[in-house]
Write a protein that binds this ligand. Structure first.
Ligand code: ATP
Ligand code: MG
Length: 421
């Protein structure tokens, strides 16, 4: 056994699998930006208070999952367990919010929760997500669900299901919480230990419990009674979703464990290889958060998706990636390597990535690597090519070979790709 191991629940993403991550990240960025979202990057470490206040003392996250410690100055700091609180903190602190403007932000990055590791559940895991700050009702709710729906499809997920529910206003939520407290309070003794804590601190989360012995009491728990106004809002959102052909169904037991949710909440489950950790994404409206972190009375909605679970649910990308071009650099002289740089940049200019194997010796060896990496196009650079400012391009699948001038390479490969599509 190696003398040092990664911490429990935290894993290395090794070279053999990293291309899948890069693909997800690149697609997510592309999709978000096309939908009008801008990336935000916030620190991994924040003051503990930010999370305990916004996520809520009664949530599982704050109660028992946070990596909290004292820094050298004796301040309590926490590795972020999720991003919404950080994004809102950053938006308020940096003056990004205005009553007249809707702000659309997205993020990608590691989150930390000290939970029991299992398939699809880690202590360091990655999320991608988005927030619409100053989100109008109901347009913002419809927009966020359309983004989740479109994005997951673009990332290659097939059989996912969108479930939603309406938590109503904070008053409706409060009276529902009261009713649940009374109901579960009677059965406290037969519920699991976590639920007993939740009944006191965050009774909504009891509805989320997966422990088998809690299920019969959960099934007969009272349902949320919405006012006519809230009901009309919910129906309105459903209608708009239908008009956009976005499938979804109501799950009256769906609640979000974090304190700040109001209005429309949703969860996406992925099936397939996910097993019991089948929630791929979750989110909803959180109108109370911006004001509680010192911003104006602005509503907001957002979602987060687990990247490990996306990868598990979607399976591998096709091994042949035609965005990558293998470049066989036949010698290591400065002239050849300089020429390679020019070729790599010209490929980059058309959205293609140059790959090379510095350990390969001789053309046969290079072709072997290209095959192993599943790359179809091979650009060969040898002494003659450098001298004549030309390149030899091999197509390993069509078994063709042609010579093109350096200036024509981009157009040539683009033409080839269009033909093969
Ligand atoms: P779960 O019910 O699975 O614990 P959650 O309600 O705690 O999920 P959220 O806080 O809503 O999850 O996070 C959004 C998404 O992030 C989840 O749907 C899931 O895909 C992913 N996620 C959450 N916790 C983990 C974890 N420990 N490991 C891997 N992915 C996670
Ligand atoms: Mg959880």
């Amino acid at each position: 056994m190696a003398p040092y191991q990664a911490l429990k629940g935290m894993r290395d993403i090794l070279p053999g699998e990293v291309s899948e991550w890069q693909e997800i990240e690149a697609r997510a960025r592309f999709y978000f930006e096309a939908a009008g979202f801008e990336e935000i990057r916030t620190p991994v470490l924040e003051s503990t208070d930010l999370f305990s206040r916004s996520i809520g003392e009664g949530s599982d996250i704050v109660h028992k999952q946070m990596y909290t410690f004292e820094d050298r100055g004796g301040r309590s700091v926490t590795l972020r367990p999720e991003m919404t609180a950080s994004v809102v903190r950053a938006a308020v602190e940096n003056g990004l919010l205005r009553a007249s403007k809707t702000v659309r932000l997205y993020y990608l990055g590691p989150m930390f929760r000290a939970e029991r590791p299992q398939k699809g559940r880690q202590r360091q895991f990655f999320q991608l997500g988005a927030e619409i700050l100053n989100a109008k009702k109901p347009e913002g709710d419809v927009e966020i669900i359309s983004v989740v729906h479109g994005l997951l499809g673009f990332l290659g997920l097939k059989d996912f299901r969108i479930k939603h529910n309406y938590l109503g206003s904070s008053e409706e939520r409060t009276s529902y919480t009261q009713a649940l407290k009374e109901y579960f309070g009677k059965f406290s003794a037969e519920m699991c230990e976590d639920c007993r804590y939740r009944i006191e601190k965050n009774v909504l989360r009891v509805l989320d419990c997966k422990v088998p012995s809690c299920q019969s009491r959960i099934a007969s728990a009272p349902s949320l009674h919405l006012s006519e106004d809230s009901m009309a809002e919910y129906r309105g959102i459903e209608e708009m979703l239908r008009a956009r052909n976005i499938p979804g169904e109501t799950d009256p037991r769906l609640v979000r464990g974090l304190d700040y949710y109001t209005g429309l909440v949703f969860e996406v489950t992925g099936g397939g290889a996910l097993g019991s950790q089948d929630a791929v994404a979750a989110g909803g409206r959180y109108d109370g958060l911006i004001p509680s972190l010192g911003g104006g009375e602005l509503g907001a909605t957002g979602f987060a998706a687990g990247m490990e679970r996306i990868l598990l649910a979607r399976g591998s990308f096709a091994p042949e990636d035609d965005r990558q071009v293998y470049v066989a650099v036949l010698d290591e002289s400065p002239g050849t390597l300089g020429y390679f740089e020019i070729v790599a940049q010209s490929l980059y200019g058309i959205g293609r990535k140059a790959r090379r194997d510095p350990a390969a010796r001789g053309l046969a060896d290079h072709l072997k690597t290209a095959n192993k990496w599943g790359l179809r196009q091979v650009v060969i650079i040898g002494e003659n090519e450098v001298k004549n400012r030309r390149l030899t391009v091999k197509d390993l699948r069509a078994k063709t070979q042609e010579e093109v001038g350096l200036d024509d390479l981009a157009a040539y490969l683009t033409r080839k790709r269009e033909k093969s599509c």
